[in-house]
Write a new protein. Structure first.
Length: 415
């Protein structure tokens, strides 16, 4: 027998047509069945279903025989019989290419050809079913008509498939959009809840702090008054302890208030160079040596920001305190201030090495998170809130060499 596939008569072709049931995910298999049915019906050696997505080119979507890599490769249509079918949108039958000059080129070794257009519901020709035979042939009209029914089915399936694909990608985009919006909503909601919580904590904390501050300062004044009195060693020790604790408590209350009501304060033009010099002079004079090893590097440029000097002082002191407390003795702490590349902002960077555990960057900005026995855990949250209020940015992280970098970026003051 000439054909690998058994020939099929028209009655069988109609039965096959009736049994063709297209499912959107099985396009290649469906088109392969159509290609072999057409080959059997026309009794040709080889049939293919082609799709022309780019004008002048096509690719093979299905074949009645195994063609390996040729499947899905893109071919130029120039001068081929397929091009003529696509251009005319009508079936084309060539019984013997050697006896006509109008047929266009055929794959090598083939002499007879039937080309059926794949026409969409809008009348556009998107591809072909092409059938080739190595022998000269005659094709009768009735068979061609039935074969055209197969090409209609193939065109419908391809159209459905591409609509399905478009729908799928539209759905994927929609899902992505919904995911992004949901995430955005969740974040906004979280921020709102956080803000509300902070406001509530702020109100509550201010109330308590105000209640406690007055009696505390009375006690402090009394203790300071008794400092003038001569006491025996034991009593004097207890008095110093009480004074130290009450000062610590006063410090904590001050920090809670600062955290609860950071505000912007009165905004003024602050010269960072002058502010840093003043802070360093105070720190170095007052402390027990903790702040003795700060190395400062200030850029030549004018370093002015619009802020409240007291709040900014607090930011710098909090960062320097943390760095000095964490760094081992004799290791320097670096403070650098300079313009950021675009000169529209100023960056203040405090660096230190630390022998302790790496800072827990997840929790470090949570109020009251501290790893120190006498820490308040409010230093960095205060920094963050002050910097946020100034529309600046704050970050703190440890690099691979173990150095901790705290960075504050503030919008520069236009001069
Ligand atoms: N420069 C730093 N180097 C190492 N650890 C740091 C540094 N700054 C902050 N930390 C860690 O973050 C914690 C929180 O800091 P902070 O909010 O200032 O509170 P506190 O200093 O009262 O503990 C500290 O207890 C410490 O563990
Ligand atoms: Mg601190």
């Amino acid at each position: 027998m000439k054909h690998a596939n058994k020939p099929m008569d028209i009655a069988e072709a109609i039965r096959v047509l009736a049994s063709l049931d297209y499912r959107s995910s099985e396009l290649s298999e469906y088109l392969a069945r159509i290609a072999s049915a057409v080959s059997r019906l026309l009794e040709t050696d080889w049939s293919v279903v082609t799709l022309s997505e780019t004008p002048g080119y096509d690719r093979i979507l299905a074949s009645s025989k195994d063609i390996g890599d040729a499947m899905n490769a893109t071919y130029s249509l120039h001068g081929t019989v397929t091009e003529r079918v696509i251009d005319s949108g009508r079936p084309l039958c060539v019984g013997d290419t050697t006896s006509t000059s109008e047929s266009g080129t055929l794959p090598e070794g083939y002499l007879a050809y039937v080309g059926l257009p794949l026409t969409t519901s809008e009348g556009k020709t998107i591809g072909t079913i092409c059938s080739f035979d190595t022998q000269p042939r005659r094709f009768d009209d009735e068979t061609i008509q039935v074969a055209s029914l197969f090409s209609e089915r193939a065109a419908t399936a391809i159209e459905l498939f591409s609509s399905f694909r478009r729908l799928e990608s539209f759905n994927a985009r929609l899902e992505q959009e919904v995911r992004e919006r949901t995430e955005e909503l969740r974040r906004t909601h979280e921020q709102l809840v956080h803000k509300e919580r902070l406001a509530a904590i702020g109100e509550f904390a201010s109330m308590i702090v105000h209640e406690v501050r007055t009696p505390l300062s009375t006690m402090q004044m009394a203790l300071e008054f008794f400092e003038k009195n001569d006491l025996d060693e034991r009593a004097s020790k207890r008095r110093s302890l009480a004074l130290r604790e009450s000062r610590r408590l006063a410090g904590l209350l001050k920090e809670i208030l600062l955290y609860a009501n950071p505000g912007n304060g009165h905004l003024e033009c602050v010269n960072l160079r002058a502010l840093v010099e003043e802070i360093l002079a105070t720190l170095r004079a007052s402390s027990d040596g903790t702040f003795g090893n700060i190395r400062v590097s200030l850029a030549e440029a004018q370093l002015q920001v619009r802020a409240n000097a007291d709040k900014l002082r607090q930011v710098i002191i909090n960062l320097l305190s943390n760095a000095c407390e964490a760094s081992p003795a004799r290791e320097p702490v670096h403070l650098a201030i300079g313009p950021v590349d675009d000169s529209e902002s100023v960056r203040l960077c405090v660096r230190n090495v630390t022998t302790g555990d790496p800072p827990d960057t997840e929790r470090i900005l949570e109020p009251f998170y501290t790893t120190k026995s006498s820490g308040t855990g409010l230093g960095l949250p205060i920094v963050k809130r002050i910097v946020d209020a100034l529309k600046g940015e704050f970050s703190i992280q440890q690099d691979e060499n173990g150095e901790v970098r705290a960075e504050v970026t503030l919008p520069c003051l236009a001069l």
